[in-house]
Design a protein around this ligand. Structure first.
Ligand code: PLP
Length: 350
């Protein structure tokens, strides 16, 4: 067995003639653009917002290539990671027939996106220490399993998956392996973006929504072999990343130093928060985190959630999620926000 993209794709996608936009069809130099039915008189904002944006975001990808050390041809940009997830499912999974594997507790969008597309979901829960259950995954894979979604560091548990386990899957499974690295910048471990040459079926997903502080711009990244990137480009809406997001992303990517300072500070504050939480009577367990949040088991998750909310502090109640019973997921805030949180938790029932 080996990876065969054509066999893996849905037949309708394999045969798809993609939409060809005005911007795709004319690539030369020109000064008068009368091909796209834009408003030639301008826009109420700055003058270039009257023009359609670059459908393939080439300037942004060139800059991303520098920052991430991945060739531009191996990069796809989605309207958030959520669009990358949806496009993978739509490209590879035949509704009502194919399936994906997910390993809960994990990010909710894999399941929602599969459900929207009427694609079966096989759930192989993580082990008690939140690692992959390799024998159970092997058992679950069938001829219609097109994608295995893995998340490392995982949300909501915060831990990284063992690298050797990921390698076992990468070396033995020939469907698409979608590895979600939304939190990789906070992790001690290195990204799989440098392993793409070894694994033609690997799609590494990242996002600018977390460490980069750009959740509002909706910029999700997928890194993969060129044939997979080409498929994703074929399936995506023609202008999926708007001009404002492209411009602002380009500007933000100049600020690697500032972003690294923020990441260091968040990781430091994660440590402080962990130490201080551990002293509180309401806290029973804090799970190790490679992300910008902590999964914390408390004495009374629902009660504490409500108490905090009444004080204006919102955390995520994960207490009804299997393997996360009694847990709250707490994002690392600013030093002042963390202190306020700790003070409220200290005063709970006190
Ligand atoms: C937050 C998060 C994302 C980010 O999604 P965007 O659509 O890019 O904002 C992706 N995956 C996981 C696991 C996340 O927690």
């Amino acid at each position: 067995m080996s990876f065969n993209l054509d066999d893996l794709l849905r037949p309708n996608i394999k045969n798809l003639v993609p939409y060809s936009s005005a911007r795709d069809e004319f690539k030369g130099e020109a000064s008068i653009f009368l091909d796209a039915n834009e408003n030639a008189y301008g826009s109420p904002l700055t003058k270039w917002y009257n023009r359609y944006p670059d459908p393939l975001q080439l300037k942004v990808k060139d800059k991303l290539s520098e920052v991430k050390g991945v060739p531009a041809g191996n990069i796809f940009i989605g309207n958030g990671s959520d669009e990358c997830i949806d496009i993978l499912i739509r490209a590879f999974c035949e509704p009502g027939k194919d399936n994906i594997i997910i390993c809960p507790p994990t990010y909710g969008m894999y399941e929602v996106s599969a459900n929207i597309n009427d694609v079966y979901i096989k759930k192989v829960p993580l082990t008690a220490d939140f690692q992959l259950d390799l024998p159970a995954i092997e058992e679950a894979v069938d001829d219609n399993t097109k994608i295995i979604f893995l998340c490392s560091p995982n949300n909501p548990t915060g831990n990284s998956l063992n690298r050797e386990d990921l390698e076992v899957i990468l070396n033995n499974y020939w469907g698409i392996i979608a590895l979600d690295e939304a939190y990789i910048n906070f992790s001690r471990f290195r990204s799989f973006t440098q392993e793409l040459e070894d694994y033609p079926n690997l799609v590494v997903m990242q996002t600018l929504s977390k460490a980069w502080g750009l959740a509002a711009l909706r910029v999700g990244l997928a890194f993969a072999s060129e044939p997979i990137i080409n498929v994703m480009n074929k399936v995506k809406p023609p202008y999926n990343i708007n001009q404002a997001s492209q411009e602002l992303t380009l500007k933000a990517l100049e600020e690697v130093g500032m972003v690294n300072d923020m990441i260091r500070e968040i990781v430091t504050q994660r440590g402080v928060l962990e130490t201080e939480l551990a002293k509180l009577p309401v806290v029973q367990k804090i799970y190790p985190s490679d992300a910008n949040f902590l999964l914390v088991r408390v004495t009374d998750a629902k009660g504490i959630y409500k108490y905090l909310a009444d004080k204006g502090v919102v955390v995520r109640d994960r207490s009804s999620v299997t393997l996360c019973e009694g847990c709250l997921r707490i994002t690392v805030g600013t030093e002042a926000e963390n202190k306020a949180l700790l003070a409220y938790l200290q005063s709970y029932l006190a």
